[in-house]
Every structure is written in structure tokens, then in C-alpha cells.
Design a protein around this ligand. Structure first.
Ligand code: MFK
Length: 561
């Protein structure tokens, strides 16, 4: 009999996820955990079915139909069959609705993101429009624009797939995805122009260079009303609907879809806004500040999806290790393979704790139950979690694929897609460097350093188990080292601090991950579960600090010249 290798298989992704289960057991009241468990079981089973469909529809891609049969410009975006199914599932399961229904109070974000974490890696990145939809709903609610809240939020959070809307987040222009203040789109006031019957509309003129999931019914976008100053403060946050009541595009042309490395199922478009009618969401000016709630929500989704990707890569690699024999034994019995998987699992478990801590904080803030510490921590932890987990996702998924040898490099196994899709996580929603600078901003203006230190101290100073207590001291020492670094580089000038911002942010992120893992490990030991302790030890051994004997800015310049 010739040999054929068994492919990797997925099983119910909730039932087999000890990390998620144990986190929920510790952080949720028993009655909340019990009440949401059937949904998680069901989602865990669905992910397996969707995974099969992902493989079967691997070659489908979205397309734009520019013209109809009779020569009308229609720019219709057609998405893949899996995306259509994902849209129905997402609405019916309430993946955006849950935190707005708030049935579980401050735990509603944990509830939502537990489902999103399971769903994400099976959805062909349908999480992209969902993240923006959640961000748009949150932004409209925060700005208390009653008419727009009444118009859009019930649709954005609907559980009825026929009624549910998604939203775009149109920010990036040719001038820059990071320096959004350079945006060139202009807004002209109209005489009597309306959006959905609401007066006060402007007409927008310009080009949006990267608009993810352009299949949405509405978008939040930025434009500069004529006469307003340059920079971010001169921009205004606008609400628009992509089609009018008759179904015609609202002064929007889809120029083309981007030909991207990954997220191939996401219809990312270049758009021309040629008089699109749009309403200011909350007055004129301060557009960047006003769109920040959206960014913070989508960055949280990014962190959750990062751990989802890691979990998927590891689930497949672990299953495969039991099926694949080399040199006389299954890979799962080969010491070096076991050690490699253990290292990846430790990175994943650390990232998991950080992503879900942000979810927990967001839930507390939204239900007005957050302490002052929690509110301050949320602002600064959001960019930290996004940038730290995204980097871990790329590295863990890359290693997970290597666990398959050549098979991981072959398209019809579906494995390369995982890596390509993960590679977007550190790029969109603010690159690692841009978010590191955002962390410095939060440190300078919002007392973030104190919030980080308070969090690490609270998590580690009461640890009883000697090994964990030792690692807790290590986490506190690293925080003190980071504070010292900040003081030292600040004395040497702003540019020195800026030059080290990424190492600083990643150090804070990894130290917080260790502290969260230790806190969880001590609790888990009381339940007879030593796995988190092992994960904490291995994670600490990988190292948490990136600060040390570093180059000055002038030395770094010399190295790259
Ligand atoms: C799977 C997951 C799915 C995710 C889906 C994603 C799909 C969508 C794809 C995309 O749309 S990707 C494009 C996303 N674009 C970005 O994330 C922009 C990246 N650039 C930044 O974030 C820059 O830091 C920023 C544009 C904000 C810098 O611009 P400025 O003009 O230098 O802003 P500045 O002066 O720092 O901040 C302006 C105001 O906003 C300040 O408040 P004040 O007006 O009161 O001084 C800031 O404090 C405030 N602000 C900025 N960032 C904030 C914030 N407030 C709260 N939270 C933040 N994160």
C-alpha cells in the first residue's frame, strides 16, 4: 500500500480549549458562565463546519461588477459564499449585538469576545467588517448623536440577518495610513442636502485609498470642511450611507479592489468620493479624536483575533503531531517537537490573558462599573494589547506552519492562508511603531505608567506559590526597569525616547502578559490545574524585557546608514 498522510483535523474548538474554559471559569460568575456555555459549544461546533467550507471554497474571491448589462455604473461588490454565511451567523449569534444588549452587565464584552475568538479563524476574516461595525456603533453611542443612533445602531446591532448592517471605517488616503491628519478629502456644505431624511449634509470629495470590507451599508469617515485648518484637528468625523433609498451609490465609485498578500476574501477597495452626502457625527473639527472610540474597539478585536489565529495554528499543529510519524515515532513523541509546541503554547497563553483583560476592562467601562484605575488602564492597554499580540500571532502562526514541513507551504492544505491573514494584524489599525508612539502619548498625558505598575503589583504581590512569587518579583522588577528607562531616555531628549518606543511598549506588553498569566496560574493550581504555571515558567524563560544595553539613536543611525 502506498503511503498517504492523514491531514490535520479540527474538533469542537470550544470543547477542547482548556485555556478559554479555565479563563471563563475564573473571571465569570458561575451563573453567567453556565448561561453562555451552550452558545460557546454551538460556536465551537460551527467553527469545524466553517473550516471545512473554508477549504472547499479556498479559491473564491470577492469581485466588483462595475457596470450592469445596460451600461449603468453600479460598482456592485460581490463577496464569497462563506462571507454570506458568516454574515448570517454573525447576526444570529449576536457577535456585534451582545455588548449593546448587555444581558450580562460588565461581563458582556467577555461573552462577546469568547464567541468572536472561536469564530474568527473560521470566518475568512469576516471579523474585519464586524470589528468596524462594533466600532461604529460604539462611536455613535459615545457621541450621543440621537438621530444617528436611532437610525444606525439598531441596524448595526441587529440579530436579524436581513436587517443587519455592517459599517466601514474609511480613514486611509494616499497621503498616509498612519499620519491621518494629512487627509485631502474635502467636505462642502449643501443647501438642504439630507442623509436618510436628516438635514445638514455635506458633500465629500476625495479618494480613500484602503477601505476594508467595502460591502458595508454605512461608513464613518474623515474629511476637511472647506476653510478648516490643516492636520487632524481640521478634520471632521462624518457618517454616510453607501446607497440611497433607491439603491444607487451615494456619490461613490469603487475604483478597484486591492491585490493583497492576505485577507484575500476581504473586499478592500480604493474609492473615489465624488459628492457623497454625509453628516457630521459631532460638530466640526477634532475628527481624529472623535474617531478614536472606533479605533480602540477595532484594536481590541484585533487582539482577540490575534489569539484566535494562534489557537487555530496550534490546534492544527497539535493534531498533526499525533498523525505524522517521522524517524520511527509520531512527532508528538519527539522531544524537540514537544518542546517547540510548548514554547508556542506559552506565548499563546500569555497573549490570551492580555487580550481578554482588555475585553474585561472595556465591559466594565461600558457598563459604568469601572474603577478609576480600570478606566485609565483601558486607554493605555488597548494599543499595548494590539501591538503585542499581533507580533506574537505572526511569529506563532509562522512556527505552527513549520510544524507541517513542506505541507505547511502548500496552498491546498489551507495552511499558508493562516500566515498571510495573520500578517495583516500588526499592520492595519495602526502599525506596531505607530501604536508604540500612541503608548508614549498615553504615558505622557494619561498616567499610563502608573496604571501599568499598579496592575502588575496588584496581580503579583499576593502570589503564594514560591515559584510564581519569584516570577512575580521578576515582573515588578521589569516594570521598575521600564520606568527607569523612561526617565533616563527622557533626560536624553524626546527623540531618544521615541527611538526606543517599540522596545518599551513590547516590554510593558510582555510584562503584563506574564503578570496576568501568574495570577491565573495561582488560581488554576487551586483547581488542580498546573498547565498555566508551566506556561508562565516557559513564557518567562523566553524573556519579557527588550530594554537593556541598547544603542543610542546616533548609534542606530550609524548601523542603518
Ligand atoms: C480582525 C480585526 C479587525 C480589524 C478591522 C480593521 C479594518 C479596518 C482597516 C483600517 O481602517 S486600517 C486604518 C486604521 N488607521 C489607523 O489606525 C490610524 C493609525 N494612526 C494613528 O493611530 C495615529 O496615532 C493618529 C492618526 C491618531 C495620529 O494622528 P495625530 O493627528 O498626530 O493625532 P494626535 O494629535 O496624536 O491625536 C489627536 C487627538 O486624538 C488627541 O486628543 P486631543 O485632541 O484632545 O489632544 C489624542 O489624544 C486623541 N487620540 C488619538 N489616538 C487616540 C486618542 N484618544 C483615545 N484613544 C486613542 N487611541
Amino acid at each position: 500500500m502506498p503511503f498517504f498522510q492523514d491531514p490535520p483535523r479540527l474538533d469542537n474548538q470550544y470543547r477542547t480549549d482548556d485555556v478559554l474554559k479555565s479563563h471563563l471559569r475564573r473571571t465569570l460568575p458561575a451563573e453567567v458562565h453556565e448561561s453562555i456555555e451552550p452558545e460557546l459549544e454551538e460556536m465551537g461546533a460551527l467553527t469545524v463546519d466553517l473550516h471545512r467550507e473554508q477549504l472547499a471554497t479556498r479559491e473564491e474571491e470577492p469581485r466588483v461588477v462595475a457596470w450592469d448589462a445596460w451600461g449603468h455604473r453600479v460598482d456592485r461588490v460581490e463577496v464569497t459564499s462563506l462571507w454570506r454565511r458568516a454574515a448570517t451567523i454573525a447576526a444570529e449569534k449576536g457577535l456585534v449585538a451582545i455588548p449593546y444588549e448587555r444581558a450580562n452587565g460588565r461581563h458582556s464584552r467577555t461573552h462577546q469576545f469568547a464567541l468572536v475568538y472561536l469564530f474568527g479563524p473560521s470566518s475568512d476574516v469576516y471579523t474585519c467588517p464586524l470589528a468596524m461595525t462594533d466600532g461604529a456603533a460604539r462611536t455613535l453611542v459615545e457621541h450621543r448623536n440621537g438621530a444617528l443612533v436611532d437610525r444606525a445602531v439598531p441596524r448595526l446591532t441587529s440579530r436579524n440577518p436581513r436587517r443587519a448592517w455592517t459599517s466601514g471605517q474609511w480613514m486611509t488616503e494616499r497621503t498616509g495610513g498612519s499620519d491621518v491628519g494629512l487627509s485631502e478629502t474635502i467636505a462642502k456644505p449643501t443647501e438642504g442636502g439630507k442623509v436618510a431624511g436628516l438635514p445638514g449634509a455635506y458633500r465629500l470629495h476625495g479618494t480613500k485609498w484602503f477601505t476594508s470590507a467595502v460591502s458595508s451599508e454605512m461608513a464613518l469617515t474623515l474629511a476637511r470642511p472647506e476653510g478648516e485648518p490643516e492636520g487632524g484637528r481640521g478634520l471632521t468625523l462624518f457618517y454616510l450611507e453607501t446607497h440611497d433609498e433607491a439603491g444607487a451609490l451615494n456619490g461613490i465609485q469603487v475604483n478597484r479592489l486591492k491585490d493583497k498578500l492576505g485577507t484575500r476574501k476581504v473586499p478592500t477597495a480604493e474609492l473615489t468620493l465624488d459628492g457623497a452626502l454625509a453628516l457630521p457625527v459631532t460638530g466640526i473639527g477634532s475628527g481624529i479624536r472623535n474617531i478614536a472610540p472606533m479605533l480602540n474597539v477595532t484594536r481590541t478585536w484585533n487582539a482577540i483575533c490575534s489569539i484566535g489565529f494562534m489557537r487555530r495554528g496550534l490546534a492544527l499543529a497539535r493534531d498533526y503531531a499525533r498523525r505524522r510519524a517521522q524517524f520511527g515515532a509520531p512527532l508528538s513523541e519527539k522531544p524537540l517537537h514537544v518542546d517547540t509546541l510548548a514554547g508556542l503554547q506559552a506565548e499563546f497563553e500569555a497573549a490570551f490573558g492580555l487580550a481578554f483583560r482588555v475585553a474585561q476592562l472595556l465591559g466594565a467601562v461600558e457598563s459604568d462599573e469601572a474603577s478609576k484605575h480600570e478606566a485609565r488602564l483601558l486607554r493605555a492597554l488597548t494599543p499595548i494589547a494590539k501591538l503585542t499580540t499581533a507580533k506574537q500571532a505572526v511569529s506563532v502562526v509562522s512556527e505552527a506552519i513549520e510544524c507541517f514541513g513542506g505541507a505547511g507551504y502548500v496552498e491546498d492544505t489551507g495552511l499558508p492562508t493562516l500566515l498571510r491573514d495573520a500578517q495583516v494584524l500588526p499592520i492595519w489599525e495602526g502599525t506596531t511603531n505607530v501604536l508604540s508612539l500612541d503608548v508614549l502619548r498615553a504615558v505622557a498625558r494619561d498616567g499610563a505608567m502608573e496604571a501599568f505598575e499598579e496592575e502588575v503589583t496588584a496581580l503579583t504581590s499576593l502570589l503564594q506559590q514560591p515559584r510564581l512569587a519569584d516570577l512575580g518579583r521578576h515582573a515588578r522588577t521589569t516594570m521598575a526597569q521600564a520606568r527607569g528607562w523612561l526617565a533616563d531616555t527622557s533626560r536624553r531628549g524626546l527623540l531618544e525616547t521615541e527611538g526606543g518606543a517599540r522596545r518599551f511598549a513590547l516590554t510593558i506588553g510582555r510584562t503584563l502578559e506574564l503578570a496576568l498569566l501568574l495570577r491565573h496560574a495561582e488560581w488554576a493550581q487551586t483547581q488542580g490545574n498546573v498547565r498555566p504555571t508551566l506556561a508562565a515558567r516557559r513564557f518567562a524563560a523566553h524573556g519579557v524585557s527588550l530594554l537593556g544595553d541598547e544603542l543610542s539613536l546616533s548609534e542606530a543611525r550609524l548601523l542603518v546608514t
